[in-house]
Design a protein around this ligand. Sequence first.
Ligand SMILES: O=C(O)CCC(=O)C(=O)O
Length: 218
Amino acid sequence: MSVQLSLLPEELPAGEPGAGSPAGLEYHPQLLTAQDEAELLAHIDNADAPWLDDLSRRVQHFGYKYDYSARRLDDSAHIGPLPDWLARLALRVRSATSEEAKCLLDAQRPFEQAIINEYERGQGIAPHVDRDCFGPVVATVSLGSAVNMDFRCDATSDGYVQRLEPGSLLLLHGVARSKWRHGIAKRRTDIWDGRKIERRRRVSITFRTIAHPASNAH
Ligand SMILES: O=C(O)CCC(=O)C(=O)O
């Protein structure tokens, strides 16, 4: 199945995170149309890759398999190139980013790895900073339910909440990538704009580069 991404980069609203957001956080609310989303979810649910269920949420890995216990990529981590549908989405993601992020990403092969996370209602992900085995830009495309993502800087105790809408793109680089933890609380509802909003199933696709591909390749 081919994913036809219908919006052209110049039609996208600029990424405008709110006041108090960490430097290097980019948010693009409308990367995908509802149809793009449905096509991507169909790909994921008819998976090229198996769902792994050794965490509290299900995940699929593409490109390189991340070892959550060892928290690294070892020499056996390379599992092949991204499938075409993810490679096309990766190019689409790069085209939507700021010039600052583009400079950090290869134009032909911007990302080498993707992890798909599935969050059923009530599931989340513990606050973390992505490990240094990954490169300087982390990009997440959101499908399904909207959710609040919490950010915290341990050095300053500053906090920030980014609402991730379906079809949106979140980019983390700079201090947003390296110094602020990000996570999703394990709860069934979020408060946003003073309203309590029920969560539903959410699926995210997070693209990364590998910091030292030569040491990870066979
Ligand atoms: O699901 C998300 O939006 C974030 C995923 C994430 O932080 C991760 O896989 O490390």
